[in-house]
Design a protein around this ligand. Structure first.
Ligand code: ADP
Ligand code: ZN
Length: 721
């Protein structure tokens, strides 16, 4: 080939043609540098007929400059990128961007310099240096990363390098990872587990696309089963990707992985240090990385040869990305497995209705693990009807729940209280004038966090210290908290059970791997009697002495009125219930609610999962909701309210008139102001017969908007705010 078509990373010009200079050879998927005006751009060599683009006369072509020294993106990955761009109505270069590491990683390995404390005791310390020394204990990273981490300027740290307090360390970016050993510690599987593992192992051996739905109750040993498939892929010298929903899960998971395979897996997530990112990306693309465990972004990495994908806790909503390219990693994982011709395992105790339907339709192969491992039984669930058993005034825990906790405390067992609300109280107002503290950038209340003494917005991160007086009426000491968050529940536990040792567990308190390890160790050593936590405690943890779970407010999730509210409530409560009674002692679950008659609560109480899914399926059928129909959203935003409204109206004004596509809106979004941008939404409900993406593309293509307007399409949306 003498001319090449490139996918380039320029929003306005995604496809450009170039000439291949004599002596330079390229393959499809290769990463190259090319001239664009006075600058250079990164490009990916692509099959020309798959991209479209204008035919440029031969004479006008400029030559590409350089082929980067990394292997080409594989054909299955290129097909996946095209598929995602098409399905999610997203720019193809935005999708492709997710496969790339940093520019430095593309340039080659070599070494980089990082810094760490030298152990030298300085004679005299400025307060800033002292603070930095405290913060940087055990850390090693670039000056920039350390400065951010310690909250001091880079200048301060450079001074500390000069004074010998910090020392440079040379890091080899291509140093190999230790090799996992498939037979390091093989567990003895139960009969049901072995049967499941055998199915997975033979699919891995056959290098065949098989989508599995591993549907097993909490504590059934799903992880042990898919570890056998991981082991087989390692034996076959193929790579494995394990997607986990949250970083919180990894700590626990890493320990188990290491116990099984002798070494930790390779991590991929957004808060990796730069040198770790470069090293991991290079090991992934070279094939040296055997098992990668990561959040959803790990899905688009350029694995050299995948042998297996696992999506653990596959029902989790955090697999859905809600900015940039709005994709669902669970669904894309299945598509990637198809292009790679490998098995994919979706593991869950509470699968999404969509996944169950696909299993029923025979698209997914369903593997069941109906029993807990080792004879542990599922906990007994009972309902606390808050209308009949009301907590005392100003309290949130019903007397029966407190009594059960008291008994656990007396027996030396542990309790877990679940409330999916961070902070002390979701709303703060002035007792005198009723002023409500609202975020200046979002249409949302500021949430009081007493432990860290601040009022914070959970959408944009804006925070202020609690003021001494009301900003409206100037009355001092006038703030009242409305409603409970986990911190307030923890205070209540301290009042009713003064001897109990209470731990608040949220993403605020467990914000580093060290803190997670400390928490797990403390809980295992029984240094904690009562855990009060958000959804971060609903999965992954295994505390044998935990015998009581209290759901503080089961109605909370049902209020939002969003499409999947009932399903999400079911999943969350079932998952947190699954923390109880995992050891030899049986567990008990108390669910506080004002709506015991709601189908989801009744199903939870009866332990009748099928009844819940049946009711849910009926409701969705009636609404033509997924999987029986399809949804999409168009979100219009601008810093200028009128601009956003006009753009939304223009879109609404040219809505397609089709029998199988219904358009709702435009209307101001429930979060009508987010991070300083005004937002409008249109919601599209389509029958399965409609070619939804084509309809949306044809609809939006001719429209032009003011400069500051952003229009994004959300296919199969999860968020309705
Ligand atoms: P799940 O993911 O289905 O909730 P896990 O894989 O976490 O279940 O297993 C629950 C607990 O039982 C874990 O502590 C795990 O180590 C243990 N376990 C499961 N299967 C076995 C086995 N075959 N041998 C030993 N321990 C097992
Ligand atoms: Zn905000």
């Amino acid at each position: 080939m003498t001319r090449v078509r490139l996918l380039v990373f320029n929003p306005a010009l995604p496809v450009l043609d170039y000439r291949l200079p004599a002596g330079l050879a390229v393959e499809f998927g290769q990463l190259v540098m090319a001239p664009l005006g006075p600058r250079q751009v990164l490009g990916i060599v692509w099959e020309p007929e798959r991209l479209g683009g204008d035919e440029v006369p031969e004479s006008k072509l400029r030559p590409i400059l350089e082929v980067l020294p990394v292997p080409p993106l594989s054909t299955p990955l290129r097909r996946l990128i095209e598929w995602c761009a098409d399905y999610y109505v997203a720019p193809i270069n935005a999708v492709a961007r997710m496969a790339l590491g940093s520019m430095a990683a593309l340039r080659g390995g070599g070494t980089t310099t990082e810094y760490r404390l030298s152990g030298e005791e300085p004679k005299r310390l400025t307060p800033q240096r002292a603070a930095a020394m405290d913060a940087l204990h055990g850390e090693q990273a670039s000056i920039r990363e350390l400065a951010e981490y310690a909250g001091v300027s880079e200048g301060v740290l450079r001074g500390m390098v000069g004074a010998g307090i910090l020392e440079p360390v040379t890091v080899d970016l291509d140093r190999p990872y230790p090799q996992a050993r498939p037979d390091f510690a093989q567990p003895k599987l139960s009969e049901a587990q072995q049967a499941a593992a055998d199915r997975f192992v033979s699919a891995v051996k056959e290098h065949k696309f098989v989508p599995f739905l591993l549907d097993g109750v909490t504590g059934s040993g799903k992880t042990e089963c898919y570890f056998e498939a991981v082991a087989e892929a390692i034996r076959e010298k193929r790579q494995v990707l394990v997607l986990l929903p949250e970083i919180a899960l990894t700590e626990n998971f890493l320990r188990r992985f290491e116990a099984r395979f002798g070494v930790p897996p390779i991590l991929w997530h957004s808060s990796l240090k730069q040198s770790e990112r470069r090293r991991a990306w290079r090991a992934i693309v070279s094939g040296q990385a055997q098992v990668v465990v990561g959040a959803r972004s790990a899905l688009f990495m350029p694995y050299r040869q995948l042998g297996l994908i696992v999506v653990d806790e596959a029902h989790e909503v955090s697999f859905k990305q809600d900015d940039g390219v709005r994709y669902n990693a669970r669904d894309v994982a299945v598509i990637r497995a198809r292009f790679e011709s490998i098995p994919v395992i979706l593991a869950s105790a509470t699968p999404a209705l969509e996944s169950l339907q696909l299993a029923e339709a025979g698209v997914y192969t369903k593997i069941d693990l109906p029993d807990r491992f080792g004879g542990a039984t599922l906990p007994d669930v009972s309902i606390v009807d808050l209308r009949k058993e009301a907590p005392e005034r100003g309290r949130w825990l019903a007397p029966r729940l407190v009594e059960e906790m008291r008994e656990r405390l007396a027996r030396g067992e542990q309790s877990l209280l679940f409330l999916n609300r961070r902070g002390y109280a979701p709303l703060t107002l002035c007792r005198h004038c009723g002023y409500r503290f609202q975020c200046p950038n979002c249409s949302a209340w500021l949430v009081e966090h007493r432990l860290s003494r601040r009022l914070a917005c959970h959408h944009c991160g804006h925070e202020v210290p609690p003021p001494e007086a009301c900003p409206e009426c100037q009355t001092p000491d006038c703030l009242v908290a409305c409603g409970p968050g986990v911190e307030r529940i923890a205070d209540e536990v301290a009042e009713v059970l003064p001897d109990a040792r209470v731990a608040v567990v949220t993403s605020d308190t467990l914000n580093s791997p060290e803190k997670i390890s400390e928490f797990v160790a403390a809980a295992e050593e029984k240094l904690i009697d009562v855990i009060v936590g958000t959804q971060i405690v609903t999965k992954g943890y295994h505390f044998p002495e935990l015998t009581l779970v209290g759901v503080v407010d089961a109605d909370l999730g049902l209020e939002g009125g969003d499409l999947r509210a009932a399903e999400r409530t079911y999943q969350q409560v079932a998952q947190v219930a699954g923390r109880a009674g995992r050891g030899e002692k049986p567990g008990e679950v108390l669910i506080q609610t004002r709506h015991p008659e709601a189908a989801v609560i009744a199903a939870l109480a009866a332990g009748d999962r099928d009844a819940f899914y049946e009711a849910e399926a009926e409701a969705r059928k009636d609404a033509f909701a997924p999987p029986f129909g399809r949804w999409a959203a168009i979100i219009v935003s601008s810093e200028d309210e009128a601009e956003a409204r006009d753009a939304a109206r223009a879109i609404g004004g040219t809505r397609p008139d089709l029998p199988d596509v219904m358009v709702l809106g435009p209307a101001p979004a429930p979060l009508s102001l987010l991070r300083g941008r005004y937002r409008y939404r249109l919601l599209i409900n389509a029958r399965r017969s409609a070619k939804l993406q084509d309809v949306i593309r044809a609809w939006l293509a001719p429209l032009q908007f003011a400069q500051g307007v952003r229009v994004s399409v959300d296919i199969d949306p999860y968020s309705f705010v």
